[in-house]
Design a protein around this ligand. Structure first.
Ligand code: NAP
Length: 248
């Protein structure tokens, strides 16, 4: 896959799925802006990419904050040029019984996981509309496809991501811009390891159809495909990458 001449932004790219995606896009020729709350992690990711011969810059960005997002888009634009690919990947997870949910926590999860779609996508769409070419790939979650106990807030936020993907895809389809989403299911990342099922990852993986957890690189490959020229007639789609754990 070639992304020569393309500029990509990957959010939450200091870790896990975002990191693998940034490395994959850079390996295939994209100039990549690495955004994350974790400033040191973002800088290390950009260093890794540059040492491997790629081009990357790092910014500390809270994806739910329009001022920070707009400033980082400006920086990427100035250093690399017009943005063609946006991977809305940053997210936070939460396991909590519904009756113990408070409004502040609910708002925080919705803000990071869903409001970020508004803020980040609005910031790059003008470049894509002008170029009549763009790829937006949103990272959702299988919890929104299947439901998941203790995850009502998280699943609601990710269900919103899937619905947002479908709606925006139709709105911008005639402008050469595609909008798709990838819902990870059980991917071995710091997020999964830090969750309540982190201590039983190997047992859960052994009971899954492919007998292994997903790897961040599995998600990155699907995201890279959706970002490619080859995926130009695919939009509004949910591309499940879960080793057969769930089919739809
Ligand atoms: P991860 O390893 O925790 O990486 C997520 C990165 O996003 C972290 O570096 C995190 O920084 C950053 N981040 C969090 N809030 C942010 C914000 N407001 N602004 C900017 N960056 C922020 O998680 P992952 O497993 O790779 O998850 C990536 C995406 O996949 C998420 O949207 C997640 O919901 C989704 N997903 C993952 C799985 C799975 O099995 N792993 C399953 C379903 C969905 P800090 O570390 O500083 O918080």
């Amino acid at each position: 896959m070639s992304f020569d001449g393309k500029v990509a932004i990957v959010t939450g790219a200091a870790s896990g799925i975002g990191l693998a995606t940034a490395k994959r896009l850079a390996r295939d020729g994209a100039r990549v802006a690495i955004w994350d709350l974790n400033e040191a992690g973002a800088a290390a990711a950009a260093d890794d990419i540059r040492q491997a011969g790629g081009q990357a810059i790092a910014s500390r960005v809270d994806v739910s904050r329009r001022d920070q997002v707009d400033a980082a888009v400006q920086q990427a634009h100035t250093q690399f040029g017009a943005i063609g690919i946006l991977v809305n990947n940053a997210g936070i997870t939460l396991f909590r019984s519904f009756m113990e949910m408070d409004e502040e926590t609910w708002d925080k999860v919705i803000s990071v996981n869903l409001k970020s779609m508004l803020v980040c996508t609005q910031a790059v769409l003008p470049d894509m509309l002008q170029a009549k070419w763009g790829r937006v790939i949103n990272v959702s979650s299988s919890s929104a496809q299947t439901g998941s106990a203790q995850m009502s807030c998280y699943a609601a936020s990710k269900g919103g991501v899937i619905a947002f993907t479908k709606a925006l895809a139709q709105e911008v389809a005639s402008s050469g811009i595609t909008v798709n989403n990838v819902p990870p299911g059980f991917v071995d990342t710091p997020m999964l390891r830090g969750s309540p099922i982190g201590s039983v990852v190997d047992q859960v993986a052994a009971a899954s159809p492919m007998k292994r957890a997903g790897r961040p690189e599995d998600m990155a490959a699907a995201i890279a495909f959706l970002a490619s020229e080859d995926a130009g007639y695919i939009t509004g789609h949910t591309l499940s990458v879960n080793g057969g754990r769930y089919s739809n």
